[in-house]
Design a protein around this ligand. Structure first.
Ligand code: PLP
Length: 393
């Protein structure tokens, strides 16, 4: 049967198409004004002083890591329950990567586990990247205290969590990307993220150095004009530009920025829809001994619900995960596993010194079910009835 309900899917409305078409008709396809318009709106929405839009979340992480000085001697500590990019971007700086165990319920890094990992690290760790897995925020205050104690820079891989709000101990709330507790956040605007550019991403930061670095390096560190090039004799030449360091083409084009900008306008209303879907699942899926619904946060706003991961005891259920996936597929329902722990990848496996039991347990049980804004009550009722059938015996 064709998959009618994938685990995620982008929402493209006529107004998105109109905005993209305007750019196409205008003919100015890259390095125009849209990128700045998009950055300004992100800065307002995410309450961040600086925003640098680029062409992927991976590029955003790579530029942050380079800007803060990750290299052969300055390593990264991160979670293994994430997409490859979180760690790979550090390897792109030649930095050693170590993995910290996670909470077995949520799959998130915790302050306690981070401290344990930093105490036992094999390399000098310069930075810690937390991942707000599936849209659920990590315990930012406690983690930032541990980072301070161990003199590490804190980075948020916030690719799953735009719009989530952290409730601090002083009762103030801080939106993801505002970097209240971190030096920078990375976002992905990939096709199935809350906001899509097709492919794209951004850095939010309050740190001018990181921002300036990213803005230069996303375009080959190419500089023009008297304000940027101080000493050159060639400044009078109208075509003149200079590069001092090796950068990349991480530029986002105008078409993608127009799409992202149009999508950003619906972030708030779409978050409400995602929260409604999560609530509907909580109310209507019959839990039994074989599986659990995601742990509930006290503060509902601290989860942006990028994913809705079930925790299934496949052994108790008496069915393998691949059998459950196949059965759900037969009813037109798609699922996905987030994620294979990074230390199980052949590339990272060889350096693993400690077993990370919680991460493995999380991986063995997790299965993400459909979560996207177009799901209506009738769709949810169908998905729930199938789940209730397949996840019982
Ligand atoms: C947690 C996380 N980090 C980083 C990335 C990388 O983003 P991109 O695919 O835009 O490079 C992703 C995207 O899938 C992600 O889910």
């Amino acid at each position: 049967m064709k998959i009618k309900y994938p685990y995620s899917k982008p929402e493209i409305l006529n107004r998105d198409i109109q905005e993209v078409t305007k750019v196409l008709r205008n003919g100015y396809l890259t390095q125009g004004k849209k990128i700045y318009e998009f950055e300004k709106e992100i800065s307002k929405s995410f309450n961040s002083r600086y925003v640098s839009v680029c062409n992927s979340g991976t590029a955003a992480l790579h530029m942050i890591y380079k800007a803060i000085g990750l290299n052969e001697k300055n390593g990264l500590m991160t979670t293994p329950i994430t997409f490859l990019a979180t760690a790979n971007a550090a390897r792109m700086c030649n930095a050693p990567v170590e993995f910290c165990d996670v909470d077995p319920e949520t799959g998130l890094m915790t302050a306690e586990l981070l401290e344990d990992a930093l105490k036992n690290s094999q390399f000098k760790i310069k930075a810690v990247t937390i991942v707000h897995l599936g849209g659920r925020l990590c315990e930012l205050e406690a983690i930032s205290l541990i980072c301070k104690k161990y003199k590490c820079i804190l980075i948020e891989d916030a690719c799953h969590a735009p719009g989530a709000e952290y409730l601090a101990s002083d009762k103030n709330t801080h939106i993801t990307g505002s970097c209240k507790y971190s030096d920078a956040s990375s976002f992905s605007f990939h096709a199935i993220k809350h906001i899509t550019m097709g492919e794209g991403g951004c850095i939010t930061t309050n740190n001018e150095k990181i921002f300036n670095y990213a803005n230069l390096m996303r375009n080959h560190c190419m500089q023009r004009g008297i304000n940027n090039i101080k000493k050159s004799k060639n400044l009078s030449l109208p075509w003149y530009y200079e590069m001092e360091k090796l950068g990349w083409n991480y530029r986002a084009d105008e078409v993608s920025c127009a799409l992202g900008l149009s999508q950003l306008k619906r972030l708030k209303s779409n978050l409400k829809k995602r929260r409604f879907i999560a609530e509907y699942y909580y109310k209507n899926i019959n839990i039994n001994n074989y599986f659990r619904l995601p742990h509930r946060n006290k503060n509902q706003l601290s989860n942006a619900w990028h994913l809705f991961p079930l925790s299934i005891d496949f052994i108790k259920l008496g069915k393998k995960r691949e059998t459950v996936i196949k059965e759900l597929n037969q009813y037109g329902i798609g699922t996905q596993v987030h994620y294979i722990p990074l230390f199980m990848q052949p590339y990272y496996k060889k350096n693993l010194k400690r077993k990370l039991k919680n991460a493995l347990n999380y991986y063995y049980k997790t299965l993400s079910i459909p979560m996207y804004v177009q799901l209506k009550k009738t769709d949810l009722d169908y998905i729930i009835s199938v789940l209730n059938k397949v996840l019982s015996n």
